[in-house]
Design a protein around this ligand. Structure first.
Ligand SMILES: Nc1c(NC[C@H](O)[C@H](O)[C@H](O)CO)[nH]c(=O)[nH]c1=O
Ligand SMILES: CC(=O)[C@@H](O)COP(=O)(O)O
Length: 158
């Protein structure tokens, strides 16, 4: 289903577990920094809003989205880390460069999650245009950072 029809920025928090003792890693790509900062703030504020403490949220920056996988692994490998949220923005260019990045990140962070048996969330905005990216970073389609944080909380409830 397309984001225009449904997004997780509207969610029911009544089913969330207590996350006051949970530790979260945020891995944020520096590319398209103005937008990833908004995603990061959305994720951070959402975790706090639902009971996480600032001391339990660890934020690491990586150069670009391609590095999200390794950044996620650096955090996920710590036993005390409960969930990792990866945030990046890849906007289509003239070449297939964006495809390579997006597929690598999707596969890479899936593997990290399976390897460490903990939620590693795919908060990668992959759009055709800059405008579409802003639409998903506090614009008309919500904030994918918020959605990523919600997904992490929901997965911890399993
Ligand atoms: N083009 C985008 C990139 N490119 C950089 C790569 O992610 C990577 O850092 C580089 O290839 C070195 O390994 N990154 C984004 O996050 N968004 C883009 O649109
Ligand atoms: C994927 C991108 O945003 C960019 O770095 C690559 O652009 P291009 O495909 O025009 O080289």
């Amino acid at each position: 289903m397309a984001t225009s029809l449904q997004n997780l920025s509207d969610y029911d928090a009544s089913t969330f577990i207590d996350i006051s003792e949970k530790r979260f890693g945020l891995v944020v790509a520096d590319w398209n920094r103005e937008i990833t900062d908004v995603l990061s703030a959305g994720a951070y504020d959402t975790l706090l809003k639902h009971g996480a403490t600032a001391d339990n949220i660890y934020r690491n920056t990586v150069p670009g989205s391609f590095e999200l996988t390794l950044g996620a692994q650096f955090l996920a490998q710590h036993d005390e880390m409960d969930a990792v949220i990866c945030l990046g923005v890849v906007i289509q260019g003239e070449t297939k460069h964006d495809d390579y990045i997006c597929h690598a990140v999707a596969q890479g962070i899936t593997q990290v999650g399976l390897k460490f048996n903990k939620p590693v969330i795919f908060g990668l905005v992959t759009t055709n245009t800059l405008e579409q990216a802003w639409d998903r970073a506090g614009g008309k389609h919500g904030n994918k950072g918020v959605e990523a944080a919600v997904a992490a909380i929901q997965m911890l409830g399993f």
